[in-house]
Each structure stands twice: as structure tokens, then as C-alpha cells.
Design a protein around this ligand. Structure first.
Ligand SMILES: Cc1cc2nc3c(=O)[nH]c(=O)nc-3n(C[C@H](O)[C@H](O)[C@H](O)COP(=O)(O)O)c2cc1C
Length: 296
């Protein structure tokens, strides 16, 4: 897909859109003469051309006979399309987008082609060319999602090749695990903790030598979180309760003897049910000194 136009946010939107779609982007300098632009479009076998209006006014679509779609970069309108379907999709794009991503689009919806740890060496080669102040590495391949362990061996193999300071991320749940990681990789400048902090909200304090959490603190914390979600979702309490279910997916690992209540947590239907189960866990299940179990 050829892209002709000076720097603009629409240019960047198209460029990333083309890459995320999995097509090949052919950026063409906007200062080139029309003949040269036609030549590059034809030579690259581009099937679509996205052109800025200032370029398009001097271009001639008859000189690019194999192109199936011409679009205006200024406003994403269709100039000419050989397929009627494209017009339908363009007209209904917001509707389709809403159907596919009903809860909006997040970074998790973008899929990078990462299957083997060795692919990281090629990516690192690019990072090493730029003045990056710190690189966070979460050593898992995309296909793995959160299954299995973060690949510490792949991390150890990559570390000597990193020219910038490195932050480690992945599967740190306890003070002991963080200390062991620091001992094994003293050159690591920071660690990043994700699920471990949801599972044990006091973990960062413990790492600084402070105390673990207790029932009272957790009760206040969960109440504030529930209220925060309720406000965020403009008073929709059932949606806030759903978010709390996701928090408990990790937090449950901080409690002993919680199997039965955990099953109920996964199945509750109403905010009142959620509130009852949470109160019961807080009242009856002992708090562990360390999170236990896989956070998946
Ligand atoms: C529920 C959930 C949501 C996440 N959302 C994002 C996100 O929006 N952006 C992002 O870069 N990483 C996201 N991550 C990845 C985390 O930042 C982190 O890299 C990952 O959880 C590994 O660290 P951990 O083992 O300490 O959890 C998410 C992880 C989980 C479990």
C-alpha cells in the first residue's frame, strides 16, 4: 500500500494501520514528481494508494492501472475503488469497529508476529541503534500469552546484547522472588511487577522493608477500588463488580482456604452477591504472608 504525503498525523495513522493489518507500506516522498510517484507505485506492485490532496492533484490514476483503491490521506475518503465492497466498509467503518471492539481498542488487540525467543535478537538490534534510556523485557513469546514461566534463560541470553539499561518484567510475586532475580542479574536496573501487585497490594511496601497487608487495610482498599470503578463507569455498579471479579482473579492467591469462595467469585451475577462473597473472604480466610500459585 503506497503512502504519498508530507508528515501528518493521518500519514502516521495510515502507516501503522497498514503494518498492523499485515500489509507492506510503501512510503513515497511527497516532493517526488508525479511520473516518479507513478513509477514507484507500479514497480512496488501496490494495490492501494493513499495520497495527500496536494500530490493527488498532479497524479493520474490511468498511469497506475493495477491499483485497486485510491484514497485521500487528508480525510480518508475514497477517490476511486474497483470494489464496491470497499465503499460499504468505508461508510460503515465506525459500526464495524464498534462490533469488533465493543470495549474500545487496546494494545492487546495488536498482534506482533513473535513465536520464537530468537526473534528478539533481531528486534534488539534495532533498539540498540537508538538512545533508549531503559528497555523493559518481559521474556515471553506472544503465542505463549501468560502460560508457563517467563523465559529467564532467554532473558539471560539477551541481557549481554543490550546496550541500554534493562528492566526485568515477568512472574515476580514475592519479595523472595524479586531478591533472587536481583541476585541472579545484578546488572538489571529496575524490575516491573504486574499481576504480583494486584495479587498482593502490599508487595511494593514489603520490598522497601515495610509490613504486609491486613484485613482492615484490604477492606478499605477494595472499597475504594470498587467506588473508583463505579465512578469511572458513571454509576454502573454491575460493571464495577465485573472489574472487581478481575481483581479477585489475582488477589485470591493471597488467601488460604479460599477455594469454595473463589468458585463463587467466578460465578456471581449481581453486585450484591459479589459484595457478600468478598465480605466472607475477608472475614474468614487467613491472609498468607506470600502469594501462592500461578497467576493465570
Ligand atoms: C490483565 C492484564 C492486563 C494487561 N494490560 C496491559 C496493557 O494494557 N499494556 C501493556 O503494555 N501490558 C499489559 N499487561 C502486561 C503487563 O504489563 C506485564 O508485562 C505482564 O503482566 C507481565 O508481568 P507480571 O508477570 O508481573 O504480571 C497486562 C497484563 C495483565 C495480566
Amino acid at each position: 500500500m503506497a503512502l504519498v504525503g508530507r508528515n501528518s498525523s493521518n500519514w502516521a495513522i495510515c502507516f501503522f494501520g497498514i503494518l498492523a493489518y499485515g500489509a507492506v507500506a510503501v512510503p513515497i516522498l511527497h516532493e517526488f514528481k508525479p511520473d516518479n510517484i507513478h513509477h514507484i507505485v507500479n514497480h512496488s506492485e501496490a494495490k492501494a494508494v493513499l495520497a495527500a490532496s496536494s500530490n493527488w492533484e498532479n497524479m493520474n490514476e490511468r498511469m497506475m492501472p493495477d491499483v485497486k483503491l485510491f484514497m485521500m490521506l487528508d480525510n480518508f475518503s475514497i477517490i476511486h475503488s474497483k470494489s464496491k465492497e470497499v465503499r460499504v466498509v468505508r461508510d460503515r467503518i465506525n459500526e464495524y469497529f464498534g462490533e469488533k471492539y465493543p470495549r474500545s481498542f487496546t494494545s492487546n488487540d495488536v498482534r506482533y508476529h513473535v513465536e520464537k525467543p530468537e526473534e528478539f535478537a533481531a528486534i534488539l538490534d534495532i533498539y540498540n541503534r537508538y538512545p533508549i534510556c531503559e528497555l523493559t523485557i518481559h521474556p515471553r513469546v506472544m503465542r505463549q500469552l501468560y502460560r508457563g514461566q517467563a523465559d529467564r534463560a532467554a532473558f539471560a541470553a539477551s541481557l549481554p546484547g543490550c546496550r541500554m539499561p534493562v528492566c526485568y518484567n515477568g512472574d515476580l510475586r514475592t519479595v523472595g522472588e524479586v531478591r533472587a532475580l536481583e541476585g541472579r542479574f545484578p546488572e538489571v536496573t529496575h524490575v516491573m511487577i504486574g499481576r504480583g501487585l494486584v495479587a498482593d497490594p502490599a508487595l511494593a511496601r514489603k520490598l522497601r522493608g515495610g509490613k504486609g497487608t491486613d484485613r482492615e487495610e484490604l477492606t478499605d482498599f477494595l472499597a475504594a477500588l470498587y467506588q473508583g470503578y463505579t465512578d469511572f463507569y458513571q454509576g454502573q455498579v454491575p460493571t464495577a463488580a465485573q472489574r472487581m471479579r478481575e481483581v479477585w482473579f489475582y488477589l485470591i492467591h493471597l488467601f488460604d482456604d479460599a477455594e469454595k469462595l473463589n468458585k463463587q467469585l467466578r460465578r456471581f451475577r449481581t453486585p450484591a452477591e459479589y459484595e457478600r462473597i468478598q465480605a466472607e473472604i475477608l472475614a474468614s480466610c487467613p491472609i498468607r504472608s506470600n502469594v501462592q500459585g500461578d497467576l493465570v
